[in-house]
Structure formats: structure tokens, C-alpha cells
Design a protein around this ligand. Structure first.
Ligand SMILES: NC(=O)c1ccc[n+]([C@@H]2O[C@H](COP(=O)([O-])OP(=O)(O)OC[C@H]3O[C@@H](n4cnc5c(N)ncnc54)[C@H](OP(=O)(O)O)[C@@H]3O)[C@@H](O)[C@H]2O)c1
Length: 305
């Protein structure tokens, strides 16, 4: 079936391209994170479902070919909006989802990590996205308030590897994990991407990112703009003022400059913010500005979460 977005023009490359290891999946480094499309608190429907559909369609039309989602956003709502907006999907679109949590009616985030729960979550994603197989599924470990928490994830990765052998998952990734957990997972399955909390102000993963770059594994920062607490810093403001762009554009451009294996999935429910974020793929930062921006994490700014 031909798709209304596919191949109408030369492909648009946003921020360069990256091929996920051991895969045929090549994506633009600037992608889109769909979490903001659910209702307040990532629960229930958005206030304006048509606007959510418009954001997704514009993202694809502008060249995005990597969307991050989960069936626990909403729950189900975000995937259903993606399906409504974009199905049948362009051949080049890579949809990455994640499993490992559930959302009870009290809107909390609870672990759902037994093999049975992970299998059910994969089927939920398939059904709500309208797919026969998922391109990439991240196992999202819960961790602690401070971030990832050590501990075996072998049972969960084994469950995903079985679903991969059954043809329901093409590739496996990990989220909110440590380097030791990655090493354990790699004894069970090939891991193509890691999705952890990282941005200008929150740089616990600096060494991890460099190791992953050497292995050719994608690093996909969540909260690239600070997430629920948007980045604020006088250094960031002064650099963006000097360039005549916005602080969020500089924050995204800094990530693209930080390492070649970083793929971006900034989240927004706003068309204006989407356009602004995608334009950051064109922004070049000099070595001097990069050095200034590297000072943010060390400064006393209150930007992290
Ligand atoms: N693996 C995980 O555990 C995990 C956790 C969190 C998120 N994620 C994924 O990562 C993606 C990105 O994270 P995120 O959406 O939480 O955080 P984010 O991208 O750091 O920031 C999103 C927030 O920034 C605002 N924003 C976006 N663009 C902006 C702009 N140009 N100017 C000003 N404000 C802007 C958004 O509000 P507006 O809607 O008003 O633009 C939203 O409040 C998510 O969409 C999700 O797919 C994964």
C-alpha cells in the first residue's frame, strides 16, 4: 500500500543518520518522543487529540523517522494516537517502544516485569500500534529515585529474547540501566540501544556514552530538555541569546555534538515546539561554545530532576 507521506521528495536528514547495530534500521539522529501526547501526568487522553495527531503528522512530514513511545503512556492512549495519525506507517519509520511498567487507576508507575507481564505488554503494543512486529523494544528497569539501580535483569531480557525468537520483536534495547546490566544483557541478546536520563545538566552517563559509542550502540537520552523540570541555566541562556536561538535548541544541539551515537527524542505536544526542536538539528556549536556549555553540569544551576 502506498503511504501518503512516503517518498514524496528526497529524504530529509535531521542531524545526520545512525544505523542501529546488527540491524537494517537507519534513523535520523533527530527523532521525536511521544510521551507528551498523553493527558496530564502521562495519564488519559490529551486535552486536544487533534493537536496530538497534527504534531505526529508534521514530525513525519518534516523528516522524523524515529518515534519513541510506550503502551504505558496513557496507558494505551499514546500508541492509539500514533496509530490514528500515522498508520499505515512509512516504511522508513522506526517505532521504539518500552515495557516494564504499568499504570494503575491511581496514575502511579508500577513495575510490571514478570515474563508474563512483559509478554502481555508486547502484545498490548502490537495491538495498539497496529503492528505484527515491533522494531525495537526497550526493557525499562525501574531503578530508584536517583536513577538506575544495580541488580540482575536476566529474567526480563530472556523473556524479550524469546519474544524476539517468536518474531514479535525485531531488536532489543534497555532503559534506565547501568553498564553492568548492559553487560549481563549482552550475554543473552544483542542490545541495540540504551535509553537513560541525560542532558546538559544531568551527566551521570558521560563515561557510559563513550563506551557505547565505541561499541556502536545507540544512546537515546530521555529528558533531553530536562523532562518535567525544563532546563534553566544562565550559561545556556547566554549562549542561546548570542546565537539568536532558544535555550532548548542549544540543549538539543549540544547533545548532537556530544557523541555520534546519541539519538534525540525530545518530547512535545506543541507544533511550535516541534518545529523549534527539529530546527536544532541544523545548529552548529563552536568548540568554545561547547566548552562553555560543558560548564553547566558543574555549575550550581537547579535544572535536574
Ligand atoms: N525510558 C524512560 O524511562 C523515559 C522517561 C521519560 C521520557 N522518555 C521518552 O523520552 C522522551 C523525551 O522526554 P520528555 O518528553 O519526558 O522530556 P523532554 O523532551 O526533556 O522535555 C519535554 C518537556 O519540554 C517541553 N518542551 C519541548 N520542547 C520545548 C521547546 N522547544 N521549548 C520549551 N519547552 C519545550 C515539553 O512541553 P510542551 O509539550 O509544551 O512542548 C515538555 O514539558 C519522551 O517523550 C519519552 O518518549 C523515556
Amino acid at each position: 500500500m502506498t503511504h501518503r507521506y512516503a517518498h514524496t521528495a528526497a529524504p530529509i536528514i535531521l542531524g545526520g543518520q545512525f544505523t542501529l547495530p546488527g540491524s537494517k534500521l537507519t534513523v535520523n539522529r533527530m527523532g521525536y518522543g511521544a510521551m507528551q501526547l498523553a493527558g496530564p501526568g502521562v495519564y488519559g487522553p490529551p486535552r486536544d487529540p487533534d493537536a496530538a495527531v497534527a504534531v505526529l503528522r508534521e514530525a513525519i512530514a518534516a523528516g522524523v523517522n524515529h518515534i519513541d513511545t510506550s503502551d504505558f503512556y496513557g496507558p494505551h492512549v499514546t500508541n492509539q494516537i500514533i496509530r490514528k495519525a500515522l498508520h499505515p506507517y512509512p516504511a522508513e519509520l522506526v517505532i521504539v517502544t518500552k515495557v516494564g511498567a504499568r499504570r494503575p487507576a491511581d496514575k502511579s508507575w508500577q513495575r510490571a516485569i514478570s515474563p508474563e507481564e512483559l509478554t502481555a505488554a508486547v502484545h498490548d503494543n502490537l495491538r495498539n500500534l497496529g503492528l505484527d512486529a515491533l522494531d525495537i523494544v526497550n526493557y525499562r528497569a525501574m531503578g530508584s529515585v536517583h536513577g538506575p539501580k544495580e541488580g540482575s535483569i536476566a529474567e526480563q531480557v530472556t523473556a524479550l529474547a524469546e519474544l524476539q525468537r517468536a518474531g514479535l520483536i525485531r531488536h532489543i534495547g534497555l532503559s534506565n540501566i547501568t553498564a553492568d546490566q548492559l553487560a549481563e544483557a549482552q550475554t543473552i541478546a544483542e542490545i541495540v540501544c540504551v535509553q537513560n536520563n541525560y542532558n546538559l545538566a544531568h551527566r551521570d552517563d558521560d563515561a557510559f556514552i563513550d563506551d557505547l559509542a565505541r561499541s556502536g550502540i545507540a544512546y537515546v537520552p530521555f529528558f533531553p530538555l530536562g523532562g518535567f523540570t525544563p532546563l534553566q541555566s544562565s550559561i545556556l541562556s547566554s549562549v542561546s541569546d548570542g546565537l539568536g536561538v532558544t535555550p532548548m535548541q542549544v540543549a538539543l544541539a549540544w547533545l548532537l555534538h556530544r557523541a555520534p551515537n546519541i539519538l534525540l527524542i525530545p518530547g512535545t505536544s506543541s507544533l511550535a515546539h516541534l518545529r523549534e526542536n527539529l530546527a536544532a538539528a541544523e545548529l552548529t556549536l563552536s568548540a568554545q561554545l561547547l566548552e562553555e556549555l560543558n560548564g553547566i553540569a558543574a555549575s550550581t544551576m537547579t535544572a535536574t530532576h
